[in-house]
Design a protein around this ligand. Structure first.
Ligand SMILES: [Zn+2]
Ligand SMILES: [Zn+2]
Length: 247
């Protein structure tokens, strides 16, 4: 039985479209087979703000205009990153925000094909992931049971398929169930995440290898930093982060 997403991308597309008409996640208009993306109409896809370089080297937020001054942007000014570098694919606003929301809260795994295509078209992003071990940010097991899937693991798998030499290593576990971060200020978020992650049992890491933490969104960077800390404690020397959206 082919996966639904595979079915959607094969030569039966016109027939499938008749049975399951595809609509844009952002504006709900019908998307036909001539559009670049399966679930984003041409108009809305123009509204995706890709995070092209030059960008903040810590979180990937693009610098608009001439690059001068500090390498850290205001978003991560208070972060003391344990990782070396960060990149993001697009900004979490407009259709970008909708895609992230769909993936995380609405079982939107069907958009992984479109996300893969977006990443493939951003050479700097693919080059960044090349040859690395991609480590998804884990969910606590209670959260995993509630949601049914870890969107970061699916993202890591999607990216590993398109970045040459990259592979997934699902090697971290979430040891503490942290309360929701949305009402906490930046300082409290960092405190809240401290020691929330650990290396899974029976995993050995190669200090010479580059590990890239994968998450759906970069907000304050506190979750990614806590994961980076767990990798660093396990002896990893080259840690980077990559997120789908920033905002
Ligand atoms: Zn649309
Ligand atoms: Zn930044």
């Amino acid at each position: 039985m082919p996966h639904f997403a595979e079915l959607m991308s094969n030569q039966f597309q016109p027939i499938v479209d008749l049975v399951f008409p595809r609509t844009c996640v952002q504006c709900q208009v019908k998307v036909n087979e001539l559009a670049n993306y399966q679930f984003l109409c041409p108009d809305c896809s123009k509204e995706i703000h890709f995070a092209h370089p030059p960008a903040c080297t810590t979180c990937g937020y693009p610098y608009f205009g001439v690059l001068t001054g500090p390498r850290k942007c205001p978003h991560c000014a208070e972060l003391e990153p344990v990782f070396d570098q960060g990149k993001t694919l697009f900004l979490a606003k407009g259709p970008g925000r909708t895609l992230l929301h769909e993936l995380k809260y609405r079982k939107g795994l069907y958009i992984l094909g479109d996300l893969s295509l977006m990443a493939q078209n951003q050479n700097h992003f693919i080059r960044y992931l090349k040859g690395a071990r991609l480590v998804p940010v884990p969910l606590h097991k209670d959260k995993l049971r509630e949601r049914g899937y870890n969107q970061s693991l699916y993202l890591a798998q999607t990216l590993a398929q398109i970045a040459p030499g990259a592979s997934v290593l699902d090697c971290l576990i979430r040891t503490r169930f942290t309360c929701t971060q949305t009402r906490l200020d930046r300082k409290d978020r960092f405190q809240n995440m401290k020691n929330a992650f650990a290396l899974a049992p029976r995993i050995s890491l190669n200090p010479k290898q580059t590990y890239i933490l994968i998450d759906d969104v970069f907000t304050t960077g506190s979750t990614l930093n806590a994961c980076a800390e767990a990798l660093s404690l396990a002896g990893v020397k080259h840690i980077k982060v990559a997120t789908l959206g920033h905002g």
